[in-house]
Design a protein around this ligand. Structure first.
Ligand SMILES: C[S@@+](CC[C@H](N)C(=O)[O-])C[C@H]1O[C@@H](n2cnc3c(N)ncnc32)[C@H](O)[C@@H]1O
Length: 390
């Protein structure tokens, strides 16, 4: 059943041995939710090993429902002490983990897991604060290209738009100013980035952007509500991009479009010192893949969008270069990449000092190419969109 279109839903997924509760569980008496409780009871009775109770999208639960659920879980723990129950909550529901942890304290075979505290391998790098200046300069440089492309992909004034994985919200700010959508939701999972985004918006007196904390792979946004959904530079950092695309598809209106941007890092280039630069960026792609991220995703956008059910696919490729505006901006991006990729990720992978020295050299050569009066340095990006069928 689709999420949140009803006040409350319950289903059991036998493949994952998982009971999924979602929506608002606010009965006046336990009898009102008897069917749901019965399903929980039966699932606990029938299945061995670990049974999961997924409450990631349970937005509300009142005391009546909580007590009734507690009774069933407690009875399940008593009758089958060898079977484990794992309650899976989300940090998006701040109240949820502490509430359910109370149960774990009194029922020994029950445990609570906050699934999105570390739910994709590259998270700690991407949500690191040191990424903020990179993101900001990146958006400034890509915007020159994207503002021209966006109308072709379906953005126009008056639409309802969502920017999913909005980061520090600067793209949303630019869109708000230039395209004046009727509604603009900007969602991210980094509290620090969102705080920053709100401050910047307030500083620029930009009103009306709905900055929202959420998990892009399990959003609390209703189905079919946006004309234009964007997700920039983010599918490539998830180990399961299809899962995210399913969510982008779900919240998009039939006839609306989903727009994604991704890179192909091994195609970053520069002159002079082309070979050293090429070597380093090929290594960047391998390094990301070590952490289950695919920074080679750009050219795969067409097939990803088709597989997700979109039609009328449009794909553009553009090159951000040192000749777009101030070459120092380009150089700043590369220096920031060097700091995170060579200074943190390669170290975490356990690379040798020799490797890291050579790896760093390619970034330095890229910066040199960008700042050299006769040099040229580029970073290619793929922007693609697809229409959700009517
Ligand atoms: C590489 S950044 C891109 C940010 C922005 N779209 C841009 O182009 O500047 C990826 C963003 O995805 C966010 N993110 C990662 N996992 C997420 C999730 N499950 N739900 C929502 N946002 C997530 C990170 O916090 C980060 O801001």
């Amino acid at each position: 059943m689709s999420m949140l279109s009803m006040p409350f839903t319950v289903r059991f997924d036998p493949t994952n041995q998982e009971v999924v509760l979602s929506g608002k569980m606010r009965p006046e008496s336990a009898a009102e939710i008897a069917d749901a409780l019965e399903l929980v009871r039966q699932s606990l009775e029938k299945y061995s090993g670990i049974v999961y109770l997924n409450v990631k999208r349970l937005t509300h639960i009142n005391m009546t429902a909580f007590t009734a659920l507690y009774d069933i879980l407690a009875a399940g723990c008593r009758t089958r002490p060898e079977r484990k129950i794992k309650i899976v909550t989300s940090s998006v529901m701040a109240w949820s983990a502490s509430l359910f942890e109370m149960l774990a304290a009194s029922l020994p075979n029950l445990s609570v897991e906050v699934y999105d505290s570390a739910f994709y391998p590259g998270q700690s790098f991407v949500e690191d604060e040191s990424f903020i200046p990179i993101l900001r300069t990146q958006t400034k440089m890509t915007w020159r290209h994207e503002r021209e492309l966006l109308p072709r992909h379906g953005l126009r004034s008056g639409v309802a738009m969502a920017d999913i994985c909005c980061g520090i919200g600067d793209f949303a700010g630019l869109v708000q100013r230039e395209f004046k959508p009727a509604r603009l939701v900007a969602l991210d999972h980094s509290v620090r980035s969102l705080d920053y985004a709100r401050k910047v918006a307030a500083g620029f007196d930009l009103q009306g952007i709905e900055y929202t904390y959420g998990d892009a792979s399990q959003m609390l946004l209703r189905d079919d509500q946006f004309d234009f959904v964007t997700c920039r530079h983010s599918l490539q950092i998830f180990d399961r991009p299809e899962m995210l695309l399913r969510e982008l598809y779900r919240i998009c209106k039939p006839g609306g479009r989903v727009y994604i941007t991704n890179e192909k890092n091994s195609h970053c280039l520069g002159e002079p010192h082309a070979d050293s630069i090429k070597w380093t960026y090929e290594e960047v792609a391998k390094l990301f893949s070590h952490f289950d991220m695919d920074v080679e995703m750009g050219p795969k956008s067409r097939h990803l969008l088709l597989n997700a059910g979109f039609e009328d696919i449009k794909v553009d490729c553009f090159m951000v270069t040192n000749l777009d505006g101030d070459p120092q901006d380009f150089a700043d991006i590369i220096e920031a990449w060097e700091n995170v990729y060579a200074g943190e990720m390669a170290v975490r992978r356990g690379d040798s000092a020799d490797f890291i020295r050579r790896f760093r050299q390619g970034f330095k050569d890229h910066v040199f190419a960008a700042l050299h009066p006769k040099g040229y340095a580029g970073w290619p990006i793929w922007a693609a969109s697809g229409r959700k069928p009517l």
